[in-house]
Design a binder for this molecule. Structure first.
Ligand code: GLY
Length: 326
């Protein structure tokens, strides 16, 4: 098949790569491939940390999506920054811990391993008052490395000519095709300094949530604000809130250099779940991944490649088809 993919973020590129390795001819169209939300994303692979009340079908999908990552990393090759130390979920105040305890109970009822630990024994740079758990199943990858690797494998062009089937994977740009997608802005900071952390930290510091993602090259990412906005500038308040929460949890981060402030837009749908399936016989869609684009990219790619080949949409994706918004 000749497959055209509209959108060169981690979703579109993963689809392009999967279709190519199955022997199809692929072209991805994007004026700035890899420069959208994938360039900003921290790359948490967090089916546990991202399991919210009342989202059982989505949680099931995210668990399967996480299981697809090790095979994807091996097949793609190269150092993609995939790390499996696990994630600490921590809070500082009594109120933070009350919120977290409800969440941990929920996570345990879903069958996830949530292990009580003394956080500052696991990560000595954490504030000694931090209390929390270790979630071994939540990992991380570096989306910029993944996207660069995919870009080296996939043909990117300026326009689509003469394709048999098109896949719409344009993130927030998918709204132009009439899909119910809206931008939810997120600010992410990148700090550099001496090695402080090995685990991903998802924390609440006096009711202010933040996540910290340490890379093996000394970079620490902190994110992310959540605003219903298409604004492309980071406000001073968003940056202050992230820095304040992060340095409350890890005081020594205050000595790091602030290397980058970036702004991305999560493609959000009305129910917070992706839109994956068939729009027309010659038009497939893979968009609306909201907070889960990096995590769900490999699983989305195999689902769309199956559809390209005329196979049925895998059962786990059935609840997430575009028709649910008709
Ligand atoms: N996946 C984390 C975020 O969207 O901020």
């Amino acid at each position: 098949m000749r497959v055209g993919v509209i959108g060169g973020g981690i979703i579109g590129l993963s689809i392009g790569w999967e279709c190519s390795r199955r022997g199809h001819e692929v072209v991805v169209v994007d004026p700035a491939p890899g420069r959208g939300a994938s360039h900003v994303a921290a790359g948490m692979l967090a089916p546990v940390g991202e399991s919210y009340f009342g989202e059982h079908e989505l949680t099931r999908l995210l668990v399967e999506a996480a299981a697809a990552w090790p095979g994807f990393v091996t097949a793609l090759g190269g150092d993609l920054g995939y790390r499996s130390e696990g994630t600490l979920q921590i809070g500082l105040t009594v109120d933070d811990l009350a919120d977290l305890k409800r969440l941990w109970e929920h996570q345990k009822t879903l069958g996830f391993a949530v292990e009580p630990v003394a956080p500052s024994d696991v990560e000595p740079s954490l504030h000694p008052r931090a209390r929390g758990v270790l979630v071994p199943a939540d990992h991380q990858v570096d989306p910029r490395r993944v996207v660069n690797r995919l870009l080296s494998e996939v043909t990117v062009a300026e326009s689509l000519d003469d394709v048999d089937i098109t896949v719409l994977a344009a993130g927030i740009g998918s709204a132009a095709w009439g899909l119910p997608i809206r931008p939810v802005k997120g600010v992410v900071l990148r700090l550099r300094g001496p090695h402080l952390l090995d685990h991903v930290i998802r924390g609440i510091a006096d009711r202010r949530p933040v996540y910290l993602v340490p890379r093996d090259d000394g970079e620490v990412l902190m994110g992310a604000s959540m605003r219903e906005s298409a604004d492309t500038a980071a406000s001073a308040g968003e940056v202050r809130d992230l820095l304040r929460s992060a340095t409350d949890l890890v005081p020594d981060l205050a000595e790091h250099t602030l290397a980058e402030v970036s702004v991305g837009h999560r493609p959000a749908t009305p129910d917070g779940a992706p839109i994956v399936g068939q729009l027309r016989p010659d038009l497939l869609v893979a968009t609306g991944h909201y907070r889960h684009g990096v995590l769900a990219a490999p699983l989305t790619a195999t689902a769309i490649a199956d559809l390209v080949e005329g196979k049925p949409l895998p059962a786990i994706w059935q609840p997430f088809q575009p028709g649910r918004f008709a």
